[in-house]
Ligand binder design. Structure first.
Ligand SMILES: Nc1ncnc2c1ncn2[C@@H]1O[C@H](COP(=O)(O)OP(=O)(O)OP(=O)(O)O)[C@@H](O)[C@H]1O
Ligand SMILES: [Mg+2]
Length: 298
C-alpha cells in the first residue's frame, strides 16, 4: 500500500443559518453547526478512505488537539498534529443569508504558526509521496517549514504534489514565486480560477500547455465543466462531471484530490484517475461539509 504524507491546514467550519436577516445590536435565532474542515485535513481523510496509508501533519490549538487527532484517525489517517499553546484551531465561519448567499469569515489561527519543528525529516521515513495543500505556502513561517521539508524530500528522491488551493492567495504571493516554490512537482491540481492565474490565459487547452511545462502532470478541475489532465509529452485526458444535486460545493476539490491521487498511486490509467476524482467530487458536493461521510455511518 503506498504511503502519503499530507501537509496542510486543519479548520473548524462553523455554519450559521440565521432565522432571518442579521440585525445589528439585536438578537437573532440561528441554526449553528460545527463541522471538521481544512482543505489539507479533508484531503487526507478522502485519501485514506481510498485505501492509501496517510499521515497528516499540521498545527491545531492545544484545547482541541485530542479531538482533532481523533477526527482524523477515525478515517484511518495517522495524525501528526502540533499543539499551539497560544492560538486556537483555525476557524471558518460560513454565514448563510436567507436568499442562500454565503459569506465567509476566516481565521487561520494555529495553522499560521506551523514551523519546521512540526515537520521533522523523520516524517518522510517510508513515504512514497508528499502532498502539500498550498494554504501552507501563503504565509512566510509555514512556507519556510514546508519548503524545508520538501528540500529534504528531494534529497531522498521522494516526489511531491501540490494543490494551489486559492486564487486570491496566489495573487497575493505572485505567479513566479508560486511556480518557483513548487518547481519539480510530480502533480499540480489547480481549479479553473487557479489555472487562469497561473497560466495567464482563460483558454483551457492553453492552460494545460503552459502548466504541463511547469509540472510533470497537471490535473485541472473545472467544476461542473469537467476535469482534465496533461503531461509535457503531449498526453491529454478529459472526463465529464456527473450531474448531481449539489447542496454544498465546498470540499468537492478535496474529495477529487483523494480520488485522483488514490487511483494514481494504485497505478491506474490517468483517465481512470480522473473518473475516480470526479466521482468522489460529485459525492462530496451532495453532502454538507468537506470530509467524507463519517465512518460511524458506514
Ligand atoms: N455541481 C457539481 N456537481 C457535480 N460535481 C461537482 C460539482 N461541483 C464540484 N464538483 C466536483 O468537485 C470537483 C472539484 O470541483 P472544483 O472545480 O470546484 O474544484 P475546487 O475549486 O478545487 O473545489 P473546492 O471549492 O472544494 O476547493 C469537480 O471536478 C467535480 O468532481
Ligand atoms: Mg480547491
Amino acid at each position: 500500500m503506498p504511503s502519503v504524507l499530507v501537509i496542510g491546514d486543519v479548520m473548524v467550519d462553523v455554519v450559521v443559518k440565521p432565522d432571518g436577516p442579521v440585525v445589528s445590536g439585536a438578537d437573532r435565532r440561528a441554526a449553528i453547526r460545527q463541522l471538521p474542515g481544512g482543505s489539507g485535513a479533508n484531503q487526507a481523510a478522502w485519501l485514506a478512505t481510498e485505501g492509501v496509508d496517510v499521515t497528516f501533519a499540521g498545527r491545531v490549538g492545544h484545547a482541541d488537539h485530542a479531538r482533532q487527532a481523533a477526527l482524523l484517525s477515525d478515517f484511518g489517517v495517522r495524525p501528526r498534529l502540533a499543539a499551539d499553546r497560544e492560538l486556537p484551531t483555525g476557524t471558518l465561519v460560513t454565514l448563510l443569508s436567507p436568499d442562500g448567499e454565503r459569506s465567509f469569515l476566516t481565521d487561520r489561527a494555529a495553522n499560521a504558526n506551523l514551523c519546521r519543528e512540526d515537520l521533522p525529516d523523520a516524517l518522510l521515513d517510508g513515504i512514497d509521496l508528499v502532498h502539500v495543500s498550498a494554504y501552507s505556502l501563503f504565509e512566510a513561517g509555514p512556507r519556510a517549514a514546508v519548503l524545508g521539508l520538501l528540500g529534504a524530500a528531494r534529497r531522498r528522491s521522494i516526489p511531491f504534489s501540490v494543490d494551489p488551493s486559492s486564487h486570491s492567495f496566489l495573487a497575493e504571493v505572485g505567479r513566479e514565486e508560486f511556480l518557483r516554490w513548487t518547481e519539480g512537482a510530480r502533480i499540480c491540481f489547480p481549479n479553473a480560477d487557479e489555472a487562469l492565474f497561473l497560466a495567464a490565459t482563460d483558454d483551457v487547452e492553453r492552460q494545460l500547455d503552459v502548466l504541463a511545462k511547469a509540472y510533470e502532470l497537471v490535473v485541472l478541475k473545472c467544476g461542473t465543466e469537467g476535469a482534465y489532465a496533461a503531461e509535457a509529452n503531449g498526453g491529454r485526458w478529459s472526463v465529464p462531471v456527473p450531474a448531481v444535486e449539489a447542496v454544498d460545493s465546498s470540499g468537492g476539490g478535496d474529495a477529487f484530490l483523494g480520488g485522483f491521487l488514490g487511483a494514481f498511486l494504485r497505478g491506474d490509467h490517468i483517465a481512470d484517475c480522473l473518473r475516480r476524482g470526479v466521482a468522489l467530487g460529485a459525492q462530496a458536493v451532495t453532502a454538507l461539509g468537506g470530509r467524507p461521510p463519517s465512518p460511524s455511518s458506514w
